[in-house]
Design a protein around this ligand. Structure first.
Ligand code: F6P
Length: 360
């Protein structure tokens, strides 16, 4: 008998269920009745407190198209993982104990950056762990893309598309604020797909004067409206010069006045141009709903590869995609690194050729 555990950790995204289905269906095909799968509820919390359910093949039926995660998820910050919980419980020891009590041969961790860091820690502690690359932010090191990312691009693009028609009717300046944490992948891709005129991402600090100049330039050319895609983590040149602590304080001060960075930028544009400037924040919509076709295929491929890794006894790795091929990368290489948009990325050059302004 083989027994594996599944958990989904961190912010949810589309295709978590599809990935678990891929893993499970392939494992059941390989091992038949000799395979038992346990699901831990709400991410690492379920592993810490042995809150789990035994799953059966029918649990993985009909979930390919369903967003969210049927196991639930939670955020378990890596920096607190070595700190005991409110009752003095050693979290790492508790997770190891659950793994052993459940007689697991392997634990699959579907998660983003922080979750894979913890997965690496558990692997170093001697557990058999296989990571699965999840996040709408696409900021996970070691994989060209993550599941959830393309579905989120579709939603963010759709938001920009909707704004486009109303912006044009009213001759207004519109900002669409897009998720992505400290990385600009989502904003960059949705911005290009939605035909944004200005795209502001954390990797390219903006000068507000340049943004204003781009808006005015459009106006002079008879374009009454401007669409700006702003990453939630966008930062000005001055922000980028700040140390970590100073920047944190600056964001805290800004949030006392504005709901987010986009509202500050909107105010600055309005003041400099006199144009009406509106902000739309699709927010968590970007993580919700059905996975798109690309993500269904990607997560199925990653999931089945996850089963192969188990069969081959390859642990301490994360399934990944590189140059369209499904592969794996050691968790130790993934942990603690952030994949941001490189300044020499072709896509940036191509966007600039269209006249898209990055505020630099
Ligand atoms: O990591 C995914 C993500 O949606 C980021 O884009 C965003 O910054 C963050 O999660 C939001 O987190 P929460 O759901 O905890 O508000």
């Amino acid at each position: 008998m083989k027994r594996v555990g599944l958990l989904t950790s961190g912010g949810d995204c589309q295709a978590l269920n599809a990935t678990m289905r891929g893993i499970a269906k392939a494992l059941y095909q390989m091992y038949g009745d000799e395979m038992e799968i346990v699901g831990f509820l709400d991410g690492y919390r379920g592993l810490m407190y042995e809150d789990c359910v035994k799953l059966t093949p029918s649990d993985f039926s009909g979930i390919l198209t369903k967003g969210g995660t049927f196991l639930g998820t939670s955020r378990t910050p890596f920096k607190l993982i070595r700190e005991p919980d409110a009752n003095g419980l050693d979290k790492v020891e508790a997770m190891k104990t659950t793994y052993r009590r459940q007689r697991l041969d392997c634990l699959y961790v579907l998660g983003g950056n922080g979750s894979q860091k913890t997965a690496n820690l558990l692997s170093q502690e001697g557990l058999n762990v296989i990571g699965m690359p999840k996040t709408i932010d696409n900021d996970l090191w070691g994989t060209d893309t993550t599941f959830g990312f393309q579905s989120a691009i579709d939603i963010a693009t759709n938001a920009i598309d909707c704004i486009h028609t109303t912006a044009a009717s009213h001759n207004r300046c519109f900002i669409v604020e897009i998720m992505g944490h400290k990385a600009g992948w989502l904003t960059l891709n949705a911005g290009i797909a939605g035909g944004a005129d200005i795209i502001l991402i954390p990797e390219i600090p903006y000068q507000i004067e340049k943004v204003v100049a781009a808006v005015k330039h459009r106006n002079r050319r008879g374009r009454g409206f401007t669409i700006i895609a702003v990453a939630e983590g966008a930062m000005s040149v001055d922000d980028a010069k700040m140390g970590k602590k100073e920047y944190k304080q600056r964001v805290a001060d800004m949030l006392k006045v504005y709901p987010s960075i986009s509202y500050e930028i909107a105010d600055q544009i309005k003041e400099a141009t006199g144009l009406e400037c509106r902000v739309t924040v699709p927010g968590h919509m970007q993580r919700g709903g059905q996975p798109n076709a690309y993500d269904r295929v990607l997560s199925t491929r990653l999931g089945t590869y996850g089963a192969i890794l188990f069969q081959h006894g390859e642990f301490g790795v994360m399934a990944a995609i590189h140059d369209h091929k499904i592969t794996s990368i050691p968790l130790s290489e993934v942990a603690g690194k952030l994949k941001t948009v490189p300044p020499d990325n072709d896509i940036l050059e191509e966007a600039r050729m269209l006249g898209i302004c990055f505020g630099d």
